[in-house]
Design a protein around this ligand. Structure first.
Ligand code: ATP
Ligand code: MG
Length: 222
């Protein structure tokens, strides 16, 4: 597979934190590539560095060593300002706890990234809500939606800017098994048109992805 088809490339990446006077190495010498349109699951024990890796790929954090290329661009050493713009155009995030704004309707929650980007044309909101099967719930506030519906709103919000990469950190962690499978099917249906990276503790759900990356002791286990 040639490099130009790689949407995400992690090269010798390490992440260390200074806790008091002790340096903790969370990730060490991570090397991996994720192809455009691929659906990859990241698994590993609690504390193995999954969220840390997602934060590096999502440009929320920078590596202590090594380089990260997103869609061919080396993001290492870019300024915070550049990263904000790049992140907004390139990455959508989904979290375990949905992180919807309680006082806003489903529609308004999905519209937020467009508002922040100064985009007036909100047709993408209707499209995104339709995409997750929630057109009929657009006026509902989060408290008036089921957990699965709230996560679908969060997914609609994550895709409304048409990102190249969708990052989902334990997207089914707060949902029952049936609802969880539905969310995975939805992510599955989005792979191909975007690159999807999901953290999960559930091997059965991970099997729906194209590939599983296992993290162990800060590195990729074979
Ligand atoms: N800001 C930080 N400062 C110091 N240590 C940190 C920091 N963030 C994370 N860590 C440590 O890094 C390790 C990996 O954390 P991370 O959140 O990536 O794990 P994880 O695999 O996502 O775990 P979980 O499955 O519980 O979500 C943990 O041991 C954690 O204590
Ligand atoms: Mg985590």
């Amino acid at each position: 597979m040639s490099d130009d088809k790689m949407m995400i490339r992690v090269q010798g990446a390490a992440k260390r934190y200074l806790v008091g006077t002790v340096e903790v190495e969370v990730l060490r010498d991570i090397n991996m590539g994720i192809r455009e349109g691929e659906f990859v699951s990241v698994m590993g024990q609690s504390g193995s560095g999954k969220t840390t890796l997602m934060n590096l790929i999502g440009m929320l954090d920078s590596p202590s060593d090594g380089n990260i290329f997103i869609d061919g661009v080396d993001i290492t050493g870019k300024s915070q300002k550049e990263l904000v713009g790049l992140r907004r155009r390139t990455v959508g995030f989904v979290f375990q706890q949905f992180h919807l704004i309680p006082s806003l309707t489903a529609y308004e929650n999905v519209a937020l990234p467009l508002v922040f980007a100064g985009e007036k044309d909100q047709r993408a909101v209707t499209d995104a809500l339709e995409r997750v099967g929630l057109s009929h719930r657009r006026e509902h506030k989060p408290a008036e939606l089921s957990g699965g519906e709230q996560q679908r709103v969060a997914i609609a919000r994550a895709i409304v800017m048409k990102p190249k990469i969708l990052l989902a950190d334990e997207p089914t962690g707060a949902l029952d098994a049936t609802t969880g499978s539905m969310i995975i099917s939805l992510l599955r249906s989005m792979a191909g048109e975007m690159t999807v990276v999901m953290v999960t503790h559930n091997r059965e759900l991970a099997l729906h992805s194209d590939r599983i990356v296992n993290l162990k002791d800060g590195n990729i286990a074979e």
